[in-house]
Design a binder for this molecule. Structure first.
Ligand code: HEC
Ligand code: HEC
Length: 257
């Protein structure tokens, strides 16, 4: 006679399934909701990591499950401990290629460990034409919105076939500079998450990724008129009027109604 497996066995087989990565999206959304419930919602906007090469990789990879407060609180541990901690994070589902892992570890060891950080280097900000919006997207957005920009059901909204990109010329720029929090409906699906701010990206990178998105993933067909190109100067002037993530949500609502 067959019987249902006891609860522990089911939990174990679920855990095994998650390890295979088959239900990675499910595991990720579960974790995300867990953290949305448990986290005291330390203001993501206030958390800034020391500037250094590959800082943006930390912003891209380490904010999907928890905010960067965790990283700040562990500042001062040894490089070896960061290495071990990355193993733990990979066990929780962080996806890093060997090359990305090396860069993440190099940043954490240089700027967040118990050794003095290197002298700041002046990184050239680069002009708009030199920045490729697709690489900005791949490097910073796909851990949540996915490579095909389809998002993850109930957790991360799609940026493909999303007419919200055209709600107002400055709407996606404000989302990127300030983040956005609260319930939204995208293509009849409801999301209620936290889009972290990306103000650490350069003006040129923010402009480039918005121009890329508006012209890709079927979005261009949804523009009500000819798609205008946003410029780094526009991004720069928007930096002066800082908003909190809830205000960006209100701005979005005002554009829809
Ligand atoms: C897939 C989800 C996920 C992602 C992505 C993630 N973490 Fe975590 N992280 C966790 C979980 C779960 C915990 C809580 C572990 C605990 O409480 O023992 C945690 C805790 C931490 C802590 C606190 C550890 C402690 O013992 O206090 C640090 C530091 C940390 N993560 C760093 C990182 C870094 C750096 C990255 C990016 C490379 C990252 N995390 C990405 C899931 C994740
Ligand atoms: C840590 C996960 C995460 C990352 C990384 C991320 N986003 Fe988001 N994004 C979200 C969530 C969650 C929302 C929905 C926020 C809400 O419910 O209010 C969102 C919403 C948005 C919106 C508004 C969509 C709409 O229909 O109103 C835009 C535009 C956007 N993100 C662009 C980007 C871009 C561009 C990047 C990369 C530079 C990026 N996001 C990176 C999680 C993320």
């Amino acid at each position: 006679m067959t019987s249902f497996p006891p609860p522990q066995a089911r939990a174990l087989s679920m855990a095994a399934e998650q390890k295979t990565g088959v239900s990675h999206a499910v595991a990720l959304s579960l974790l995300f909701f867990l953290f949305a419930l448990l986290s005291p919602l330390a203001r993501a906007a206030e958390i800034e990591l020391p500037d250094g090469p590959d800082r943006s990789l930390i912003y891209a990879k380490c904010r999907t499950c928890h905010d960067l407060q965790y990283v700040i609180e562990s500042k001062g541990i040894s490089a070896g401990s960061w290495d071990g901690l990355l193993d733990d994070m990979e066990g929780f589902g962080v996806e890093l290629t060997p090359e990305e892992r090396e860069r993440v570890l190099a940043y954490l060891s240089a700027y967040m460990s118990n050794t003095p950080p290197p002298e700041p280097t002046q990184v050239a900000s680069g002009d708009a034409t030199a920045v490729d919006g697709q690489s900005v997207f791949m490097d910073n957005c796909t851990s949540c919105h996915q490579e095909d920009a389809m998002g993850i059901e109930e957790t991360f909204p799609p940026l493909a076939a999303n007419s919200d990109l055209f709600l107002a010329e400055d709407f996606p720029l404000k989302v990127l500079l300030n983040g956005m929090t609260g319930e939204i409906t995208v293509n009849d699906q409801v999301f209620e998450g936290e889009m972290p701010p990306f103000g650490h990206l350069s003006d040129a990178e923010i402009a480039a990724v918005v121009n890329f998105l508006r012209n890709s993933f079927g979005n261009d067909a949804l523009a009500h008129s000819e798609i205008t190109t946003v410029t780094p100067e526009m991004v720069q002037s928007l930096r002066a009027s800082e908003m909190d993530p809830e205000q960006v949500l209100e701005y979005r609502a005002s554009l829809i109604n």
